[in-house]
Design a binder for this molecule. Structure first.
Ligand code: ASP
Length: 720
């Protein structure tokens, strides 16, 4: 009896760890028909997989774009009008902002096409097609080959495939590994080069709640911005020219004004950046105990300094807006993830899964020979990896947090040419490139902040990494008679003596400096010492162990697909085009607390009123007025203005700005974030707790029309 009970319990755990809920998964659009279409239909999809992705005729994929290098956007008019997040457009809005034109604070709205603002360097990229090229890439790769040999063969095949795919076209192509390198896909894309800013709400709307609300539900921000793509008159991508015309969209999305209700089907199309859903329990432990805590600790101190200075000065607030939000974003997310992993019992659930894996593997001779070594080897590799990776993250988050180091490192190209005795012309070219870069850098640079960060970061690094592994220069600061561990004194000296700390002195210095003078600069010297230590002592062991872990993970992935053949596997996110689907649904964050699936403007007003100091809850007056007058036009519902809603979809960074669709492929919202309880979904998806947060599209229409008075833009859209 006891035996049977034991067995039943075991079976139950095994079954529960194998279960993949419909909501989990970051699916490949071209495999939807085969893997997902049926299930999606039962959940509420009304169109076909072919409508979502097709290479034969125009489909939804033609309206989805990679915005810049890190976000998603989508076309919402036949004239190239696109929508993405406010936080995705932030660095561009910031570039156009000054104390006189504070678009961060006031928002920006072009009232006609001539008023749209140029963004040199900004691109958007569409996917032309994707193709499984695994057979060709892996044809000559043998299981027993050395890693370097495998890599050389794979790289050579990839190069050929890319050359063939792009020959005679203006397309770009990449071949990316999927399923940890068990499969490879060719992705052909087309890039557009003239993308103009059309509209953005003020920070007080676009990032209402700021860092306090970031990664949180309930949420009240209108996180969107609008841009327009321009092409050459013949429709081809072209850099800015006054002759350029608005793009003729191949596909654009109708906008639903119907609203959403609990249980509705929802799908999100975009470019999720990276997930690690198939990590072993050892991998999760490493992230939870080493990687995230190291990064959190260093960013905590860096942000303390930046936030303090931003709150003291409008100039610094504008200069550091985009940098700060990037640093704070990861900082907060990792904290949520660590908590979420613990709360979900991710490690013990993985252990149960691994026990079932081992049970199945040992039951079959062939599997035992091929796969039984994987988990024990991963365990021992992670033991070696943990201290090495800790040092790696300390270096990344401490040394590269010092903007001066980062900036000085960019002179590498120039100094390498000088060292190698390159031609005068080549050196002059690199010199003027460096001078151009310097302009951008010093526009948004406050040496006082960086000096303090330098002292604090170097001290934390020196305090946390064993002395024997530290770069010489740190040991000197700690041990020398001169400094006796006084990092402030050291930083002060560097900042007083270096020519790198303000725009004007740097420009006159670099215009004439020879190699010896550059190398003598204390900021350059510090950079050179730190960076050379990194490349000789920190990076190589990190990369070597990581490559071994990656290779085992590849085999582990192969094994899981074979051993758990009843399970449907989706490939981890790798910044390729994906679709995820689920339902509009609230959740229960903790005992006795239930979160509703939507928020309203009344909630935003509550936050405003409850924070007399305002800070991140400073709503623009005009919005308050519209609220008081309940002037919501056709965009309200039952006397309320809805702001955000949540779905059980599986998303990650890079999905920011992704369109959210109903079952008919109509735009119902704009994805921008996840909830605090669910940020661990990059590693461990828990359907009870993980939610995607989107702005209700009706709030966006309301803001464009009623708040900004830019209703002319709605005439281009197809509202349904
Ligand atoms: N808010 C996230 C981002 O900034 C989106 C996410 O990771 O859910 O990319």
């Amino acid at each position: 009896m006891k035996m049977i009970k034991h067995y039943l319990l075991f079976l139950l755990v095994a079954l529960s760890v194998l279960k993949l809920r419909a909501d989990e998964g970051i699916w490949l659009p071209m495999l939807l028909e085969q893997l997902n279409e049926q299930e999606m239909k039962t959940m509420g999809l009304k169109i076909t997989a072919e409508d979502i992705y097709s290479i034969n005729h125009s489909s939804m994929k033609d309206g989805i774009l990679l915005f810049g290098t890190g976000c998603t956007g989508s076309l919402i008019s036949p004239e190239g009008l696109l929508i993405t997040n406010h936080h995705c457009g932030l660095s561009l809005i910031q570039k156009h902002s000054s104390l006189e034109h504070d678009y961060l604070k006031q928002g920006f709205w072009a009232m006609n096409k001539a008023e749209e603002l140029l963004n040199p360097g900004l691109t958007v990229t569409f996917i032309v097609r994707m193709e499984d090229v695994s057979e060709r890439v892996l044809a000559e790769v043998g299981e027993e080959m050395a890693l370097t040999e495998k890599k050389a063969i794979i790289d050579a095949r990839i190069k050929e495939i890319i050359a063939e795919a792009t020959e005679g076209t203006h397309y770009e192509a990449v071949v990316k590994p999927f399923y940890q390198g068990n499969e490879y896909y060719l992705i052909v894309s087309e890039k557009y080069l003239d993308v103009r800013l059309v509209g953005a709400p003020p920070n007080g709307i676009g990032s209402y709640g700021g860092d306090v609300d970031n990664w949180m539900w309930p949420r009240h921000s209108g996180d969107f911005s609008l841009f327009r793509i321009y092409t050459a008159p013949d429709g081809s991508p072209a850099p800015y020219s006054p002759q350029n015309v608005p793009m003729k969209s191949r596909y654009f999305f109708p906008v639903s004004t119907q609203g959403v209700k609990e249980g509705d089907f929802a799908m999100i199309y975009g470019f999720p950046y990276r997930t690690q859903e198939y990590l072993s329990s050892y991998g999760i432990q490493y992230v939870e105990e080493v990687e995230h805590p190291s990064r959190i600790a260093l960013r905590h101190e860096r942000l303390r300094i930046i936030d303090r200075e931003m709150s003291k000065s409008d100039k610094v607030r504008i200069q550091y807006a985009s940098k700060q939000s990037g640093i704070a974003n990861g900082y907060k997310k990792w904290q949520g993830a660590v908590r979420g992993l613990r709360r979900a019992g991710a490690v013990s659930k993985k252990q149960a899964y691994e026990a079932e894996f081992m049970r199945r593997v040992s039951g079959k001779e062939e599997w035992r020979a091929k796969y039984s070594h994987i988990l024990p080897e991963l365990k021992s590799l992670y033991q070696q990896f943990r201290p090495v990776a800790r040092h790696f993250w300390y270096f990344q988050e401490a040394a590269y947090a010092i903007e001066l180091i980062d900036f000085a490192a960019e002179l590498g190209e120039l100094t390498a040419l000088m060292q190698g005795g390159a031609s005068e012309a080549a050196i002059a070219d690199a010199r003027s490139k460096a001078l151009r870069r310097a302009k951008g850098f010093f526009n948004n640079y406050e040496p006082k902040i960086d000096r303090e960060i330098m002292a604090v970061m170097l001290r934390m690094y020196a305090d946390s990494i064993p002395a024997s592994q530290q770069p010489e220069v740190l040991r000197e600061i700690v041990n020398s008679k001169k400094y006796q561990g006084d990092f402030e004194l050291f930083a002060q000296e560097v900042f007083t003596e270096s020519a790198f700390t303000n725009g004007r002195s740097f420009e006159s210095f670099l215009t004439n400096a020879d190699l010896r003078q550059i190398e003598k600069d204390p900021a350059y010297q510090l950079m050179a010492q730190l960076v050379s230590h990194y490349y000789s002592h920190i990076l190589p062991p990190f990369q070597q162990l990581k490559a071994q872990i990656d290779e085992l993970n590849r085999l582990y992935m192969q094994a899981q697909r074979e051993v758990f053949s009843e399970k449907r596997f989706y490939p981890d996110a790798n910044f390729s085009l994906r679709l995820t689907y689920g339902k509009v649904q609230g959740y229960q964050p903790r005992d006795a607390v239930v979160y509703r699936y939507y928020t309203t403007l009344s909630g935003a007003i509550d936050k405003y009123r409850n924070h007399p100091e305002k800070g991140v809850y400073d709503l623009p007056e005009r919005l308050m007025q519209l609220y008081q007058d309940k002037d919501y036009g056709p965009y309200g519902q039952e006397g309320e203005m809805r702001i955000g809603f949540i779905t059980t979809t599986h998303t990650t960074g890079g999905n920011s700005g992704s369109p959210v669709f109903d079952g008919e492929g109509r735009l119902i919202g704009l994805y921008f974030d996840r909830n605090w309880e669910g940020t661990m979904s990059d590693i461990f998806y828990d359907p009870e707790q993980c939610r995607g947060i989107s702005v209700d599209i009706r709030y966006i229409l309301f803001l464009i029309d009623k708040y900004a008075g830019a209703g002319y833009l709605l005439n281009e859209m197809k509202l349904e």
